[in-house]
Write a protein that binds this ligand. Structure first.
Ligand SMILES: Cc1ncc(C[n+]2csc(CCOP(=O)(O)OP(=O)(O)O)c2C)c(N)n1
Ligand SMILES: [Mg+2]
Length: 364
């Protein structure tokens, strides 16, 4: 039974040490699949470490680490079909990579370069760019899902957000319209317990965030977001439901933000070392690794080979990113307004003049 709210289902198959808590769903007998999921989780973590290092050395701007939340993104990415549409938020590196966004594009994005959101792979052309304004993407996803429904397509819009985002009006309006129109949309809430420095317990009086769906007339449930088998199982059910005209689902994935909010944050200022240490005991990568090792399908040799392979891929992405070169300064102003306010035109001209002067000086 769910200790937070007996009316809200909570799914979990593996405990913190990766031991089975009960019977697994049939698909989980496929160790090749589980190893593939594990591989993506390791790749995500290594990419994440590299992105933070690139920010620390001034090669990209702010970055939002996904450390501790790899299983949520990997499960979503593994299950969405190419024709589905992802409407992500800024902590979705894992899903984006699985959808076909190149890691160098993700680095370009966080380097402040719009070309990072112009995905080269046509398979992801309909996915949305990362959304930084909190919760606005939930409504965009409902718009996408409405179009799918009107056209009678068997497609799903998947949108993600954090726990803090569920306090926003946009999120609640999105739930409302999704329920009223029974839209083919899946809301995945990554409840990582913190909205920058605001803890989950003071953000909202409800014992679960999942129950917000009930007020909108569709199911909400919790899963252990550190247990990829649980996230995969419930995400699969949610996608099938939405795809077959049975309406939306809200999946609240319980996780923990092991890193800082972004590279511009220092989480030691507002949360205890004890809490973070406890959260590390629950983390998703080690949990799946322990399970796979206990099943005899993983060992130290394979681990080292995988780390080497993933580091190679990350390194290639860094090199591709660095080979792109700086975007022209004036692109800073692109895609902001359809019609230019005069003040911005002035600023753009000033910037261009300054760039020209600097270039002249460098040639003297
Ligand atoms: C509309 C809006 N208000 C405020 C912010 C500043 N802001 C950025 S992240 C964040 C907290 C979000 O927390 P949560 O939804 O839990 O997501 P998490 O970052 O923990 O994954 C806030 C308030 C913003 N980006 N957009
Ligand atoms: Mg959060």
């Amino acid at each position: 039974m769910n200790p937070f709210n007996p009316d809200i289902p909570l799914t979990r198959y593996l405990d913190a040490q990766g031991r089975l808590l009960g019977a697994l769903p049939a698909w989980a007998d496929d160790f090749d699949l589980l190893v593939r999921l594990y591989r993506q989780m390791v790749l995500t973590r290594l990419f994440d470490q590299k992105a933070v290092a690139l920010q620390r050395t001034g090669r990209i701007g702010t970055y939002a680490p996904t450390i501790g939340q790899e299983s949520i993104g990997v499960a979503i990415g593994a299950l969405m079909k190419p024709e589905d549409v992802l409407v992500p938020y800024y902590r979705d590196t894992a899903v984006q990579v699985m959808r076909g966004v190149k890691m160098e594009e993700i680095l370009l994005y966080w380097g402040g370069d719009e070309r990072g959101s112009a995905y080269a792979d046509p398979a992801v052309a309909q996915d949305f760019p990362l959304c930084v304004p909190i919760a606005t993407q939930a409504l965009h996803a409902c718009g996408v899902a409405t179009a799918m429904k009107i056209r009678g397509e068997h497609r799903v819009a998947v949108t993600t957000c954090g726990d803090g985002a569920t306090s926003k009006g946009d999120f609640l309006e999105a739930l409302n319209v999704a329920g009223a129109w029974q839209l083919p949309v899946v809301f995945v809430v990554n409840n990582n317990q913190w909205a920058i420095s605001v803890p989950r317990r003071i953000q909202c009086g409800a014992p679960t965030l999942a129950q917000k769906a009930l007020g909108a007339g569709f199911p909400g449930e919790q899963v252990d977001g550190n247990d990829i088998i649980a996230v995969y199982e419930r995400m699969q059910v949610a996608l099938e439901r939405a795809r077959h005209g049975k309406g939306p689902v809200l999946l609240e994935c319980l996780s923990y933000r092991l890193g800082d909010h972004t590279t511009a944050d220092d989480a030691t200022r507002y949360r205890s070392a004890e809490e973070v240490k406890q959260a590390w005991q629950e983390e998703p990568v080690k949990r799946l690794q322990s399970y796979l090792a206990a099943q005899g399908v993983w060992d130290e040799g394979r681990e080292q080979a995988l780390i080497g392979e993933c580091q190679g891929l990350v390194q290639q992405a860094v090199e591709a990113f660095e080979a792109v070169g700086n975007a022209p300064a004036e692109t800073l102003f692109d895609y902001v307004y359809a019609q230019w306010p005069a003040a911005l035109a002035e600023q753009r001209d000033m910037l261009l003049e300054r760039v020209a002067r600097r270039e002249e000086a460098s040639h003297e």
